[in-house]
Design a protein around this ligand. Structure first.
Ligand SMILES: *Cc1c(COP(=O)(O)O)cnc(C)c1O
Length: 376
């Protein structure tokens, strides 16, 4: 499959569906799987991915911002609940109501805000309260008593879920995740004992699903990376990984030119690459503006004519130069693989991330807006 664009990604809907089904199979029928489609579904296209998940029967999607939630509703995603994990700011309150989005709330003051919003709009807004159990990012650090006192004075909005997020789920050399769960459970228990019924408890994302932290699965998990085919490696004595997911995205770029350069020739800005022998080089029509990390200059690799070959010289905004000395088969207009597989040769976001000094999430989310998304 090939498409008439300089740089494009091929996204397999079927692979995303398979990954989603695999997550569901791993957590079992008692646990809801919320599909995380924030950040344009990690570069895969939030609307397309949401449609796939809806077709697979997903009841929940999660996004980061109200804006992302509105985008899904306007794109025709009406069948699912949408949890806005980044909560809302005052100017976003009306959109929350109008588009039936469910906010994650991270402070007692925000419970009062959402309660006023519910009262003023005459809509019984449901919300999920995020607990800061030790991540030290979003989430309330209030005690169960303080939360209960606030619930008692806010009768219009409805507490539907309690959630938290793990800081070190992949790290089996620390007790941080167990400590976070203990904190979360003590708050949930106190709220339950006070007679407040909460439908959803959720704490786990891909890593806590993959490595089987079943005590963190509760009634719902939030799966992002796994849907796109990745589970980050664990540290320390981790149990076996349960998920069987595969990347759904292949990233291609086309050659604009192929040429021979003599020994001693310099390549690219700053002359950071010098040919130690006569070489054949290819110039790709994609650069850092497309999401190829500048850090991959003289470091990264691509797959060309079935072989892994180096990126040479400095990556430019719109152009990247590669070594094509191993092949005469490629010419202008032919494509190479920036991420994906040719035959048995693979290059995935985790490998690219290691070379670029970042994480696989960062690689996927950085694929530029001008890289065309093609669905197969
Ligand atoms: C992004 C995010 C997730 C999804 O994490 P993955 O590791 O991609 O599965 C879950 N919960 C929260 C709060 C997030 O921000």
């Amino acid at each position: 499959m090939s498409a008439p664009f300089r740089s494009y990604v091929l996204i397999s809907r079927e692979q995303i569906a398979r990954n989603y089904r695999n997550v569901r199979a791993v957590v079992g029928p008692q646990v809801e799987v919320a599909g995380v489609v924030k950040a344009d579904a990690y570069g895969h296209g939030a609307l397309e991915v949401s449609r796939v998940l809806v077709a697979e029967g997903a009841k929940w999607l999660t996004v980061s911002s109200v804006d992302e939630g509105v985008h899904l509703r306007l794109g025709g995603i009406h069948q699912t609940r949408i949890l806005v994990m980044g909560g809302f700011l005052p100017f976003e309150g009306d959109a929350l109501v109008e588009y039936d989005l469910t906010p994650a709330i991270h402070s007692l003051d925000q419970i009062r805000q959402v309660d006023r919003l519910a009262h003023n709009s005459g809509t019984p807004i449901r919300y999920h309260l995020k607990i800061d159990s030790g991540m030290g990012r979003l989430g309330t650090r209030a005690s169960a008593d303080e939360i209960l006192a606030t619930l008692a004075e806010t009768r219009h909005a409805q507490l539907e879920g309690l959630m938290t997020h793990f800081a070190s789920a992949a790290d089996y050399t620390t007790t941080q995740t167990a400590d976070q769960l203990a904190c979360f459970h003590s708050i949930c228990e106190a709220i339950r004992q006070a007679g407040v019924a909460v439908t959803h408890l959720h704490t786990s994302s891909t890593i806590a699903i993959g490595y089987g932290r079943t005590e963190g699965w509760h009634t719902m998990v939030r799966a992002g990376h796994a849907l796109y085919g990745y589970v980050s490696p664990a540290r320390g004595p981790a149990p076996v990984q349960l998920l069987d997911v595969k990347p759904a995205l292949t990233w291609k770029a086309r050659l604009l030119a192929v040429k021979e350069i003599p020994e001693g020739a310099l390549v690219g800005y700053g002359g950071t690459f010098r040919a130690h022998r006569p070489m054949r080089i290819g110039i790709l029509g994609a650069g850092y503006a497309d999401g190829i990390f500048h850090r991959l200059s003289n470091r990264g690799k691509v797959i060309a004519d079935g072989k892994v070959t180096p990126i040479i010289g400095t990556i430019s905004m719109d152009l990247t130069t590669i070594d094509l000395s191993h092949t005469t088969a490629l010419g202008p207009g032919d494509e190479v693989t920036l991420l994906g597989a040719e035959g048995d040769v693979r290059l995935d976001a985790q490998q690219i991330a290691r070379t670029a000094g970042t994480i696989s999430y960062n690689i996927l989310c950085s694929i530029g807006a001008r890289v065309r998304r093609v669905y197969v």
